[in-house]
Design a protein around this ligand. Structure first.
Ligand code: SAM
Length: 314
């Protein structure tokens, strides 16, 4: 049973990786009820909506008749996207993450999903790997050495790799080297230009509101790698992250024969996709857009980076 594959050994290494791993390992898995109480409920739902639309569209592009669809979920966390892969009817999924506890929860979710699925439904097979994907070569840890992926999905993860050039290169290599020609590397990551713009507009080294805070160590000096900021979101995330200078990332990806297909801010993506009735319906179904009073909405819109705009305030 693929679901019961043994977990691979964790190599924690040096630098901030350990901090990131233990942060995600100690995050409590709260139930849906508790989560819906959270002020970030709508923001999380919005992020999920965005990922659902993105994943759905890319799956449509890579589907080639009856051929098997294989996906690498790089930095899969607790498996928040498992249902999206199920809906997308993929055949095989490799889930990798640095946080062993998250991988265990992801594996558990997958097993539950299999157990509860419809009698005739065929659910994808899955493999789970604990690895620091900025330092370890994933292909050496995978079962099938011949495996190639149609998609690598890296959602809210790639920015952890920009601590050093070596780490950014290793994660990129993990993302791209097993992609088949015509395959896609998709992802979401904070907008470095927006972060710097807001920092420069702030009187201190930080900016945010009562929901989120971004703190840089200093201003006016933005190295290409290791440009660290601390991000906290109502105690949900509080770990060091790094700016991803996108033009450099795009250049680095050329080494793997990758070409940029599209890059959009969350706002641009939202404004485009919401025109589609199906996506609009999904947004309602996922409770991804909270209507709050215009005054508050305008304040939020001027306060928050685009990604945090759909935060519900009590
Ligand atoms: N992709 C998931 C999602 O969208 O729900 C989880 C996103 S969470 C914000 C970031 C994830 O990146 C965490 O699960 C964390 O453990 C993982 N991560 C951070 N650094 C990593 C690394 N060096 N190698 C593998 N995973 C890493």
């Amino acid at each position: 049973d693929e679901a019961k594959s043994p977990l691979k050994k964790l190599d924690t290494g040096e630098g901030h990786s350990q901090k990131v791993a233990s942060h995600y390992n100690t995050l409590q898995e709260c139930g849906l009820a508790a989560r819906s109480q959270s002020r970030i409920f709508y923001m999380r739902n919005f992020n999920n909506w965005l990922k659902s639309v993105l994943i759905g569209e890319i799956l449509d592009k890579v589907r080639r008749g009856p051929e098997q669809l294989c996906v690498l979920d790089l930095g899969c966390g607790k498996g928040g996207d498992l249902l999206k892969w199920r809906k997308g009817r993929i055949d095989r999924l490799v889930c990798a993450d640095i946080a062993a506890v998250s991988i265990e929860q992801c594996q558990q979710r997958y097993s539950d999903m299999r157990r509860k699925c419809r009698p005739n439904e065929r659910i994808f097979s899955a493999e789970f790997v604990v690895a620091d994907c900025t330092k370890e070569l994933l292909s050496e840890k995978l079962k099938g050495s011949e495996i190639s992926f149609d998609i690598c999905s890296c959602q809210f993860v790639y920015h952890y790799s920009f601590e050093t050039r070596e780490q950014a290169e290793m994660m990129l290599r993990n993302a791209c080297e097993r992609l088949r020609p015509g395959g896609y590397f998709i992802g979401t990551t904070p907008d470095a230009f927006e972060l710097v713009k807001r920092l420069e507009a702030s009187e201190s080294n930080s900016f945010g509101n009562e929901v989120f805070k971004v703190t840089f160590q200093k201003k006016e000096d933005y190295p290409l790698f290791g440009c660290q900021y601390d991000f906290s979101l109502e105690g949900v995330v509080n770990v060091p992250e790094f700016l991803v200078y996108f033009p450099l990332f795009e250049e680095m990806a050329k080494k793997y024969n990758m070409r940029l297909v599209f890059k959009k801010t969350f706002r641009e993506f939202f404004e485009e996709k919401i025109q589609n009735e199906q996506h609009k319906f999904l947004m309602k179904k996922m409770q991804a857009l909270e209507q709050y009073p215009a005054e508050e909405r305008n304040k939020l819109a001027s306060d928050c980076p685009e990604e945090y705009e759909h935060v519900k305030r009590k």
